[in-house]
Design a protein around this ligand. Sequence first.
Ligand SMILES: Cc1cc2nc3c(=O)[nH]c(=O)nc-3n(C[C@H](O)[C@H](O)[C@H](O)COP(=O)(O)OP(=O)(O)OC[C@H]3O[C@@H](n4cnc5c(N)ncnc54)[C@H](O)[C@@H]3O)c2cc1C
Length: 376
Amino acid sequence: MDADVAVIGAGSTGSMALWQLARRGVPVIGFEQFGPGHDRGAAGGETRIFRTAYLEGAEYVPLLQEAYILWRELEQETGRRLLTLTGGLMIGDPQAQFMKNVLESIETFGLDHEILDEKAARSRYPQHRLLAGEVMVLDKMAGFLRPEYAVLTAAQRAEELGAVIHRHTRVQAIEPAVEHVRIRAEGKDYIVGKVVISAGPWTGKLLPGWEQWLRVQRLVMTWFATSNPQAFAPQNFPIFIRQTNNYDFSGFPTIEGCTLKVALNTGYGKVKDPDELDLRVPPEDLSKIKGAVHRFLPDLIPEPLRVNAYMDAYTSDGHSVVDKAPGLPNTVLLCGFSGHGFKMAPVMGQIAADLILDGKTSFSISHLSANRLTPV
Ligand SMILES: Cc1cc2nc3c(=O)[nH]c(=O)nc-3n(C[C@H](O)[C@H](O)[C@H](O)COP(=O)(O)OP(=O)(O)OC[C@H]3O[C@@H](n4cnc5c(N)ncnc54)[C@H](O)[C@@H]3O)c2cc1C
């Protein structure tokens, strides 16, 4: 036996599963087709939003609160800074469904927040040009993560605790037997007791038939220069999500002091093959985000200085799958994080460890079951 558990894919969630399993003293090996912390999958692009007042549903709040604790623990164990709290602004019409969902999370769990009416919002955050009637909800437990660095950090910490990670090693097949699972990678066979699959956008390539449940979506990130860097420094400019007048976009403070990432939350088309992600972004594809920046962020220069394409796997309802893998004994599957999984990666790693070792978890994850899926 090569290990008690193997983790296939040491990206966002897989690196955290490796860390959590190694922390519990479990002999674990990981397989990563690139190097941990690479930017070719779902974890590239410098920053990720962390937030707690969750527009995707109040059922996520306990998961996010636990994720926050685990981010801080990973920082403590490694001495690295991964999460910066800036607060998070949800901006829009107070009657919009996403604002109602945010308020429901706040009310249900008593989350620390402020509601800024139009006048207060205009005076406190003049960086944003508001439409009449728009308000801001400030989520106090929100900020940004450093995704590539965080993945690398979790993978390295797992190794310090005894995990073995096979880098640049792509798994070709997973073959369950009665007492063990055989993994075929780069012409070599490995025998392990159990498997966590966390292959992100490649899940459909690794698991035949899964393309029907997961759509790989291309997302383009854009960085704009500002004429007023101080106004967009992390202490002055919370991360934000804004759904307004046909625009759904989000942004971050400046990290290096001259540009900030402002990007559409909506996809830029389906990726047929994650090995062939198209990194080219024609100018016409940028007109919408340029329009949003021009209209709503007057201190930014509305021509992006930096443009990059990434991808994530989406389910039809926008909720991930965190469950025992259907038809694959002794296997747990983490996938389909649908554009919002990074912030909760550590708790997903913890739940994967619970499920693979104990067959159950104390977290409420029925909304993430595999049997609810409908074709994409
Ligand atoms: C541009 C963009 C912006 C986003 N913004 C946010 C945000 O602000 N906040 C937020 O919370 N979430 C955000 N998300 C979503 C979040 O980043 C993803 O949901 C999350 O990273 C998915 O993690 P994963 O582990 O499923 O995939 P990944 O991180 O891609 O990990 C999968 C790993 O598996 C490896 N792999 C795949 N197949 C194999 C194989 N056969 N053998 C070996 N290795 C393999 C891959 O190389 C990869 O490293 C964003 C996503 C994108 C793309």
